[in-house]
Design a protein around this ligand. Structure first.
Ligand SMILES: *[C@@H]1O[C@H](CO)[C@@H](O)[C@H](O)[C@H]1NC(C)=O
Ligand SMILES: *[C@@H]1O[C@H](CO)[C@@H](O)[C@H](O)[C@H]1NC(C)=O
Ligand SMILES: *[C@@H]1O[C@H](CO)[C@@H](O)[C@H](O)[C@H]1NC(C)=O
Length: 771
């Protein structure tokens, strides 16, 4: 007993965070410089962190090192210069902005969070303490906001309290596979100061979690197509959240305390806000809308479920002080605006009952990406130390299989498998056999399936197989990518079979991404897979690069997935003009889990040929905010090409029979007067599934054969006829928004909602659908 206690003390006295201490062997496999360093500790670049020294230059040098994409270079995107910029504990004074580069993670020590503090004479020149995407002298964002991928900020306190007049913490135009996690913002509330924690004006995101904001004129200003934010606390901000615009936005677990205004969504460019599991305490006006109650469009849709108000005089009101819903002391609210005529309730009561397996306490279950604060560096099992090469050339199949076996055998010792940054090329399936914890580095730890075993379109095979069918296990995986190289028409990138016992927390995948094509080393770039809109396209077999991206199989269950981007490239990231490409992948995310208990938090699936999300014979699924895009090349060729065989075992849609009707118009090229095409991928297809609860869904179809004219209101939103299929008794969808589809949701042989009656912003929006 005594001895154990002494040991515990000895361990906690000094052990720096593992990320600081571990051997730094991460590499960028496809960077021509063999000495390119992924990991950088700002102290190695001269940062002092003593609260006195000006560390601006040192931190920026740590970011810039290695001829990276950013700064004055014309680079608009690159996957070959990833970086982890690490800040040990300390207070780092800065007198002008930290300029973030493409593909950067800024990570502080979570056991003793570093502070980045603006000096009183902070000269922005740009806008914020951290400029994730700065404005160039020409007045444009350096990186197109919808192409700002692969970046994170974690474990940092941003302090603007010394800065006079105007200041902000992070400027964050952002898109998929980005996040800000576990940060604190200390903002001035002096009467003449305009301080903002996060300023985000554009993008296609995205995910934020575990943030705390103190003070400020605005805690945050948010404008983006769609986003999921979870677990944000605002204390004493004038307005906690200023919603500048959106198509759809999901707020889960907000705590708004002592603010004048909670969420100000009074802007006609706001499509929909979904708010759940939140509290407002001592707030004068919780939600402000400018939606005219007589408005019969979908603009300004608002859904609120399980929100608690304490000392809130106005729950829902207009900017002029009109009160639509007054507070009444302490209450829990559920409310939907608009309430008709296209909100579809059937004969059900207003609130869809929460499936008990998805709930913990009084909230839907949520859990943040583990950072292993309490695991010493000695417990991390490095892939590279273990003999995996990770150079994008060597076959690492055996090395990874042995590594994952070792990680499973030593799981009970508290071992975490560390996949150092690098491309681990594999010629056959890599298996995870039992309980395991795996973490990647720099958003650049990639398992790259290549070769003949993955190339047979009639014999699909998993690249990463997590558990064998029926296996009971517990897994935690974060910050990894699974990809393919060249023609791999038989590749299933992730096959997830694990069933985690209900007695255990769910298994978790955080920032586990699928990326098919469009990156250096993929052999699926402009040179190999150019787009061909001007001819009838015959798909190049070497550009068919996945059979399915992610399969959650029948035996799988009890799984939490957060911030996962399942992407088939629509453009080549390395190309100076982000030129579009034709890369084909059959199926997106297929969920067949019979037992269910699946959370898909902030996930998006894009550009697969048959469907993005498909749920079959499953139940108890939480999804929110999901986002999809139809392939840009369709209908040239029309779906299902190049996947001609219908796989009945996987419940593939049968386009040949579906498109027999009057919609059978594979119009090539698109003409303004033509009918919408039918040979287009489903955004979401739900078959024989129940208790599916969707808090925010954006299903988009912007193109017909690379032409965007079909996705405008004047053209009649007719890129495709249907985008969302739901069988009977599926569950509920809050704030569905669609673009470019004539019908927003279809069930049996009935189209339930059309875009025209529900137009909102650029998208059409329906607040509530009981399906
Ligand atoms: C929410 O965020 C706070 C502060 O970052 C953190 O301490 C807490 O554990 C988070 N809650 C959940 C449920 O993740
Ligand atoms: C409803 O809102 C839309 C979008 O802001 C606007 O264009 C339209 O004029 C409004 N209609 C009414 C009747 O208020
Ligand atoms: C990018 O586009 C510009 C302008 O159209 C063109 O001059 C340039 O050659 C293009 N660069 C590449 C790499 O395609």
């Amino acid at each position: 007993m005594w001895l154990l206690q002494l040991l515990a003390v000895a361990v906690t006295v000094h052990a720096a965070y593992w990320m600081e201490e571990i051997a730094h062997q991460g590499r960028s496999s496809f960077n021509p410089d063999p000495n390119y360093r992924v990991f950088r500790n700002v102290k190695d670049y001269g940062a002092v962190g003593d609260g006195v020294t000006d560390d601006t230059g040192a931190i920026n040098r740590a970011i810039q090192d290695g001829n990276r994409c950013g700064g004055d270079s014309p680079c608009v995107g690159s996957t070959v210069t990833p970086a982890v910029v690490y800040l040990p504990a300390g207070t780092y004074k800065i007198s002008s902005s930290i300029i973030d580069y493409y593909y950067t993670q800024l990570i502080g020590d979570p056991t003793n969070m570093p502070v980045i503090k603006g000096t009183p004479d902070f000269s922005p020149g740009t806008l914020c303490l951290v400029e994730a995407d700065r404005y160039t002298n020409a007045g444009y964002l350096q990186f197109g906001s919808t192409n700002v991928f692969f970046r994170q900020i974690r474990n940092i306190i941003f302090d603007t309290t010394d800065v006079q007049i105007g200041a902000c913490g992070i400027h964050w135009p952002s898109s998929q596979a980005t996040s800000i996690q576990n940060c604190v913002f200390k903002l001035s509330s002096r009467p003449n100061d305009v301080h903002v924690g996060i300023f985000m004006e554009e993008g296609s995101g995205g995910f934020l979690n575990d943030l705390v904001f103190y003070g400020g004129l605005y805690g945050v200003q948010f404008g983006n197509q769609q986003y999921t934010v979870r677990n944000l606390t605002f204390v004493g901000s004038r307005t906690a959240v200023k919603q500048l615009w959106n198509w759809g936005w999901t707020y889960k677990s907000l705590n708004i305390i002592g603010c004048d205004v909670g969420i100000d969504m009074a802007n006609s460019n706001v499509g929909g806000v979904t708010l759940l599991d939140s509290t407002f305490t001592n707030v004068n006006r919780a939600i402000i809308t400018d939606r005219n109650p007589a408005n019969d469009t979908g603009q300004g849709s608002f859904v609120m479920e399980n929100v608690r108000f304490e000392n809130v005089p106005t729950v829902f009101g207009g900017p002029d002080g009109t009160v639509y819903l007054a507070g009444s002391g302490d209450g829990v609210g559920n409310w939907y605006v608009p309430q008709g005529p296209y909100a579809y309730f059937g004969s059900q009561p207003l609130v869809f009952p929460r499936p008990p397996v998805l709930v913990q306490g009084n909230r839907f279950y949520e859990r943040s990406k583990p950072q292993y604060e309490d695991v010493p560096a000695s417990k991390f099992l490095s892939a590279r130390t273990f003999g995996a090469v990770g150079d994008g050339i060597t076959d690492d199949t055996k090395a990874l299989n042995t590594l994952f076996l070792m990680g499973a055998l030593r799981y009970n010792e508290g071992v975490v498998v560390f996949l150092d940054a690098g491309y681990y090329k594999v010629s056959d399936t890599v298996n995870i056999l039992s309980n395991i914890r795996i973490v990647g580095e720099g958003m650049s730890s990639v398992i790259l399936g290549a070769g003949s075993k993955f190339s047979d379109i009639n014999n699909p095979r998993a690249v990463l197989q997590i558990g064998s069918p029926g296996q009971l296990a517990y897994v935690e995986i974060s910050d990894i990518f699974v990809s393919t190289q060249g023609g791999t028409a038989g590749a299933i990138l992730i096959e997830y079979n694990v069933r985690t016992p209900a007695s255990s927390p769910p298994s978790g995948l955080w920032d586990a991404h699928v990326r098919v094509g469009g990156f250096a080393g993929s052999q699926l770039q402009v040179a190999q897979c150019p787009k061909t809109p001007n001819v009838a396209t015959v798909p190049n077999p070497d550009c068919i690069a996945a059979y399915m991206s992610f399969h959650i199989t029948r035996t799988a269950g009890n799984l939490y997935v957060e911030n996962s981007w399942i992407w088939v490239a629509d453009h080549d990231i390395e190309d100076a003009n982000n030129t579009q490409i034709n890369v084909y992948a059959g199926r997106g995310l297929l969920v067949e889990s019979a037992s269910g208990g699946i959370w898909l938090v902030a996930t998006s699936v894009e550009h697969h040929t048959l469907y993005q999300y498909q749920l079959v014979n499953t139940r108890d699924i939480w999804m929110g905010q999901i986002q999809t895009e139809t392939p840009y090349y369709q209908p040239n060729p029309p779906a299902p090409a190049p996947f001609s065989a219908v796989n009945v075992a996987l419940s593939d849609p049968d386009f040949a029979s579906v498109c027999q009707g009057s919609d059978n118009t594979f119009t090539i090229p698109w003409t303004p007067t033509g009918s919408p095409a039918c040979g287009m991928a489903w955004g979401l297809r739900v078959l024989n599934s129940h208790n599916v609860v969707i808090f925010g869904a954006g299903l988009y179809s912007f193109f017909n054969n690379y032409d965007t004219r079909c996705s405008t209101r004047t053209a009649g939103e007719q890129c495709q006829s249907r985008i969302f299929w739901a069988d009977d008794n599926m569950g509920v969808v809050y704030n569905l928004d669609t673009i470019g589809s004539v019908n927003m949701v279809s069930r049996s042989s009935v189209d339930l909602a059309r875009w025209a009656e529900n137009f909102a912003t650029f998208a059409s929006t329906v607040a509530v659908l009981w399906l």
